[in-house]
Design a protein around this ligand. Structure first.
Ligand code: TNX
Length: 544
């Protein structure tokens, strides 16, 4: 049962002010069950957050909430181990497991005497904590003290579990490099939206962004291009400024980000592109390419013919790269790209022709399939699963591969029908590099039109699939390609508030989706964005 309504104004004696607490409950993504009661629980200086004795993970989550109370409310809330329950506490516990909550679910009970958050695992407590943030006045997100706020939560009973296991957001740091500090902020914002997968697009034609110790030139050369990109390959007018541009993450920085994500229950899935989108790598090591001729790191957008060759030496190189990648990323999935691999050079090269013949393959599409299958064997032997863009279906899918369906939903449908897992990222619904408002009023974007309503309308399970086949759809993800996005501020502008709609698509039950109801919850979310210093698109929501 869902009951969302206006809160009765708070009546507690401890309360001196009544500002902002009487706002409607406004949780995004909407919880599975929410039953509102009467009254509220008011936080005061004596309120404590109590956690199961000896549970360091819960303590950490509790301390994060306590820190927010300290910063935003000047409230010295203490975190302590639970030694028997008295009133005026916020209790986090794993002691009464409930099968139906799974790994990520939680129950949250707020009475006028206190709060109890229960889950099977710390992950569930973490998501319950995200909900607590949204039950509090939006000023809880402030990093400096906000006066005149009554710090209280409405009386409510919540039971909540996510709909999908893969709730993703992607970031392309190749077309424009994004500093480590921004990547961390992005991860914080994923967590705030109860998303759990960060897809980090680390290599592409215009830049190789991850340090590989065995091949230093990947970043020494491949991490930099001779000019700041400002034109598309297809545009008539190309306006380059002649300044060297680039950047990369050292392995220590990567480890730091992965650890940061782990503490927020987020898996970082790295993407190393092959066999196409490989110009930066080939610029560093021309012998990896088909022509053997030197190329430069890409200085235009688009798709280029440069592609890895299929020599054993090149596979050894890729395996060495992936070996280092595997040590840095605990993710069970490694993304190997596979998209937009133009086969022009493969078609004309005598060496490749011979390879195709020797391997008894039909054509260059089968060679791409051979390529991915060979890499999959390597990854599987290291206990990792391969995921790739839907082009890896062409010429035959690798036996255990997961498909990321971006050219519409067909790839995901084909994968599920063939009993392969799929993650849905169709451009039409979840490409956050597309315009979110009228082109005239928006900063230059790659094209497409994806307003907030359209993201919200997305249903990840294609109607073509049977109930059995639908189980192969792991979830959905939005992608942020950065050809036209040069700064973190601009990236935030493109992603928020659309990520709020995505969050509800991947977390909340399908039957409960309702735009009008979502629209009522958006204004509070925008207030939270303000406190969180998120440069969200003010134009994206007109109140309807
Ligand atoms: C296609 S989506 C690409 C990217 C571009 C994007 C622009 C995908 C797998 N490949 O390389 O950045 O379009 O929207």
């Amino acid at each position: 049962l869902i009951a969302i309504g206006m809160l009765s104004s708070c009546t507690s004696k401890q309360e001196k002010t009544t500002t902002t607490t009487s706002a409607a409950i406004s949780i995004i993504p909407k919880p599975v069950k929410l039953q509102k009661g009467e009254g509220s629980f008011v936080i005061n200086n004596d309120t404590k957050i109590l956690v199961d004795a000896g549970n360091e993970e819960l303590k950490k989550i509790a301390q994060t909430l306590a820190d927010q109370f300290q910063k935003a409310g000047n409230l010295p809330i203490k975190v302590e181990e639970n030694t028997g329950n008295t009133d005026n506490n916020i209790v986090f516990t794993l002691k009464t497991p409930q099968d139906s909550l799974g790994k990520e679910g939680y129950t949250l009970s707020v009475t006028d005497k206190g709060v109890t958050l229960k889950a099977n695992q710390a992950t569930g407590v973490f998501y319950g904590y995200q909900t607590i943030r949204q039950l509090l006045p939006t000023a809880i997100e402030s990093s400096s003290a906000v006066n005149g706020i009554a710090w209280s939560l409405p009386v409510v009973e919540i039971t909540d579990t996510p709909r999908f296991v893969w709730r993703g957001l992607h970031l392309d740091v190749c077309r424009h490099f994004m500093p480590k500090e921004f990547v961390k902020k992005y991860i914080d914002l994923l967590a705030f939206h109860k998303l759990n997968t960060f897809h980090w697009h680390l290599t592409d034609d215009q830049g190789w962004r991850i340090e590989i110790k065995k091949y230093p030139k990947l970043t020494e050369i491949g991490g930099w291009r001779k000019e700041t990109l400002i034109g598309h390959a297809g545009e008539k007018v190309e306006r380059f400024d002649g300044k060297r541009y680039g950047g990369f993450y050292t392995q220590d920085e990567i480890k730091e980000v992965v650890q940061y994500a782990k503490e927020r229950y987020i898996t970082v899935v790295p993407e190393i592109e092959m066999p196409g989108h490989a110009m930066a790598a080939i610029a560093a090591y021309p012998e990896l390419g088909v022509t053997g001729k030197p190329v430069e790191v890409g200085t235009k957008w688009g798709v280029f013919p440069d592609i890895f060759n299929a020599e054993d030496k090149t596979f050894s190189f890729l395996e060495d790269v992936l070996t280092e990648v595997i040590t840095l990323f605990p993710s069970e999935y490694i993304h190997v790209g596979g998209d937009e691999a133009i086969k022009d050079y493969w078609k004309t090269s005598p060496l490749i022709k011979k390879k195709i013949k020797d391997l008894k393959l039909k054509d260059e599409h089968e060679l791409q399939s051979y390529f991915i299958q060979r890499i999959e064997k390597f990854l599987n032997a290291k206990n990792k699963k391969l995921i790739g863009w839907d082009e890896i279906l062409e010429g035959g899918i690798a036996p255990n591969a997961t498909i990321m369906s971006w050219r519409g939903t067909e790839g995901g449908i084909a994968a599920a029908k063939a009993h392969h897992n799929a993650v849905m990222t169709p451009g039409e619904f979840v490409y956050f590099d597309h315009y979110q408002g009228p082109e005239k009023t928006e900063p230059l974007a790659i094209g497409g039109f994806l307003p907030l309503t359209k993201v919200y309308s997305y249903e990840p399970i294609p109607a073509e699939l049977s109930v059995e086949e639908s189980k192969y759809i792991l979830g959905a993800q939005a992608n942020l390609w950065t050809e036209y996005i040069k700064t973190p501020e601009h990236a935030e502008y493109m992603v928020f508030p659309r990520a709020s709609a995505l969050a509800e698509v991947v977390w909340s039950p399908k039957e409960q989706k309702n735009w009008d109801d979502f629209a009522k919850r958006i204004p509070q979310q925008l207030e939270r964005y303000k406190y969180l210093n998120v440069n969200y698109a003010k134009t994206a929501f007109d109140g309807k």
